[in-house]
Design a protein around this ligand. Sequence first.
Ligand code: DHE
Length: 505
Amino acid sequence: MRLIMTLLAIAALPAATFVALDLCIPKAAAATSDADALYRQHCLACHGENRLGGAGPALLPESLGRLKPAEAKKVIRDGRPASQMAAYGHLLDDGQIQALTDYLYTPPAVAPQWTDADLRASHRLLADVRKLPDTPQHGADPLNLFVVVEAGNHQVRILDGDRFEELAKFQSHFALHGGPKFSPDGRFVYFASRDGWISVYDLHNLTMIAEVRAGLNTRNLAVSNDGRWALVGNYLPGELVVLDARDLSLVKRIPAKGLDGTISRVSAVYTAPPRDSFVVALKDVQEVWELSYAGTPTFEPRRIPAADFLDDFSFTPDYRQLLATSRKAKGGQVIDLDSGKALTDIPLPGMPHLGSGIYWQRDGQWVFATPNVSQGLISVLDMQSWKLIEEIPTEGPGFFMRSHADSKYAWTDVFFGPNNDAIHLIDKQSLKVAHTLRPMPGKNAAHVEFTRDGKHLLLSVWDTDGALLVIESDTLKEIKRIPMNKPSGKYNVGNKIGFVEGTSH
Ligand code: DHE
């Protein structure tokens, strides 16, 4: 009865609040080792029928890709701090926990489906934009706000980028991933969770507008430069989903089907503002797609043959070429979007993280620098000849890079290994490490974003007892420390809508 009452009560609430509800309470254990029965008894209420997710995240092999089975076992046994996931160690024995873990990493007997009806049923309108003021209601500069993802407790904070004070804080869906994307005027911000939830939030009125589950496992999303469309790229089902950016209602689903009929996972989608198009890389099919959103779009893909399966990618500053991670080239592949031709392979060592790369001008030429998630180095390429011009050694593999047109440094983290508390500042002209900072020794320092004027930057200390640090760009002095639980990415509205040099797309 209590469960029924709880379910009735939550049905009246917006889904974004679900994660805050205390539903994941262990039920009395039944001495069964049948994993499916265990799932139904203990997990289904939060994690959903067919493991598709609910108040808790989806528990499909695709959703658990980043969690090692040993870690999953530990979570079942001990619970997850700062979440609603309770400990089951006193209810389930080791054999049962192992059986449950194995079950979660096994694909379901019937492949999971996400139909139009499921997608539409998940759509929720949480506020009527037409009734909200269309000017900022918070007194801060709307183009210097920061959107900060606090990954440790699945929250988002909105900060005033002049005073570094918090304007709002709200619960997000479980495991946001990738950079949030903005409407061209900077009023609306769009989030994607790994479980496929897309949300749109009004930064003028500091309120959530709508949300929809656009798939079961999502890669990322992009917003068109005219603010009309959001395009979501999914791993599961392998497809693109076009949403109306005003309210996230469904416009079109486009299976990511190659010319040979193979259904692919989508590696990444980005908007290419000067081209009025979305560009899409596919993971299992050797094609790049361009979808025009000019005029009255049909979203029919223009297929560009790629010489390889592509992962994440970046553009050249004029958006005429893309530089994608290519498995075969063990590095990158450059594709010219106008001619539709693959121009060259760029053999790069290790696993370059091209989507986190940045470009700047050096001696009048554009150079592109990329971190590397498997080797301690930064590769710098000449963007005309595509020759490797420098490999800058770092204290360990890194994830993110950032700069600002007015900064003489490119900031890059050491994300992995014993030195992951270090941040390197690379001189953009000499290509040497000019400074190495350890903002909170022993704690992982990662991901930087500058204020719009470039005078300050925010740096994440990615730890349960972490913090967001405000640093003065010139003096490198810390001027403020805001305690946070694993702050991950942070995004400055003005930098993002200007697609400025030194930041991510
Ligand atoms: Fe990310 C961006 C892919 C693991 C945090 N990551 C991106 C983007 C892609 C990508 C394609 C660009 C999308 C965008 O911004 O629209 N990430 C991948 C992977 O393939 C990888 C290696 C494995 C995976 O399971 O997906 C991966 N990423 C991670 C993490 O483990 C990180 C560190 C923690 C997390 O949140 O999962 C992580 N990724 C991020 C962040 C961004 C991101 C914070 C946005 C960076 C930005 O500044 O824009």
